[in-house]
Design a protein around this ligand. Structure first.
Ligand code: TRP
Length: 336
């Protein structure tokens, strides 16, 4: 059986938080161990430049994200784990795709349109204020990320579905002009993947500043969990687990049996302070071993680099010959 190629990128801005872990990292690590899959995971550092022009932040985030994935047990034998910038064929393909992608298609990209809409809401400003060409053509770079490895399946959040459709469009256009070179990728959106709520009850997101960093030291983790918003019911008063951030977060880490037990304790009026303690212990026990590995890895960047170099080598064994084929297809080759 032909293994299907799964590919996803992680933009290297920011520090991974519990929401990223539950929604994306944990399922991806699980999938990295599936012998029937051929997973590609990469640090999307060229994507980071679109929204972050602070070199130290991009560097630090790349280190933290790589250490996080390795500490959590990513299977780098089965999966190919690399840094986008170590695979120069991606950038080269990105230009070839830029020359077949229509500008009209890019005009319709939500990420770009959202910024234009914001600008238009502020009267008298330039609609393209603050928009660099990276943001405008970012779906093309994403298409190159995917097409260079002929990925079949791309696990993403809902906000990224449009980009995968654009990658299909661009691939089909290239195939139509130059012959069948690319498989058409498909977005995989896991409807069951939990989205965690943040400290204030809204979706946990860096843009709301309500996150709990995945590998917060124990004390800090406790402090942040204590900050999670609850209603003002007193100890002893029965509580409703629906729409309760403490309960839904607990659910993302506990077994069914444990969840049933806590549901019972809600009915019996567990105090919020007690529930926060229970939640802290649950999360802390769950992540402590990986956190220890993470802290050790961060102090050993050479080890991380080694893993990334091995990944890049595996990736380039595919991308380099494929790019030569594509160059030929478009008419760029040596004279003899
Ligand atoms: N743009 C994606 C995000 O912001 C990250 C990403 C970059 C990606 N290249 C990709 C995801 C290719 C899937 C495939 O989440």
């Amino acid at each position: 059986m032909q293994k299907s190629t799964i590919l996803t990128g992680i933009t290297t801005t920011g520090t991974p938080h519990l929401g990223n872990y539950v929604g994306a990292i944990r399922p991806a690590i699980q999938a990295s161990k599936d012998p029937h899959a051929n997973p590609f995971y990469f640090l999307a550092d060229y994507h980071a430049l679109i929204k972050c022009q602070e070199p130290e932040k991009v560097r630090q985030s790349s280190l933290e994200i790589a250490a996080t994935w390795l500490a959590l047990g990513l299977d780098t034998k089965n999966a190919t784990f690399y840094r986008q910038s170590d695979v120069p064929e991606i950038m080269e393909l990105s230009w070839m795709l830029t020359c077949v992608a229509s500008k009209g298609l890019m005009n319709r990209a939500h990420a770009y349109k959202a910024v234009v809409a914001e600008n238009e809401a502020t009267a008298n400003t330039d609609p393209d204020k603050g928009i660099n060409m990276g943001l405008f053509s970012y779906p093309i770079l994403m298409a190159a990320d995917i097409l260079i490895f002929n990925a079949n399946k791309v696990p993403v959040g809902k906000d990224q579905i449009q980009h995968i459709e654009m990658a299909r469009d661009i691939a089909a256009r290239f195939n139509h002009i130059y012959g069948e070179h690319f498989a058409l990728p498909e977005a995989i959106v896991d409807e069951n993947a939990s989205t965690l709520a943040g400290l204030d009850g809204r979706k946990m997101s860096k843009s709301y500043d309500n996150t709990i960093p995945l590998f917060s030291p124990e004390k800090k983790l406790k402090k942040l969990i204590n900050k999670i918003k609850t209603n003002s019911l007193e100890p002893g008063e029965p509580k409703d687990p629906t729409d309760c951030t403490l309960f839904s977060t607990y659910k993302a880490f506990a077994s069914e049996h444990e969840v049933a037990n806590i549901r019972q304790r809600y009915a019996e009026g567990i105090a919020w302070g007690e529930m926060k303690k229970v939640l802290f212990e649950k999360i802390n026990d769950h992540i402590a071993p990986a956190r220890d590995r993470y802290e050790a890895l961060i102090l050993e960047p050479a080890h991380i680099e080694q893993q990334l170099q091995e990944g890049a080598e595996k990736a380039r064994a595919i991308s380099a010959p494929f790019l030569l084929e594509l160059r030929k297809a478009v008419g760029i080759q040596k004279m003899i």
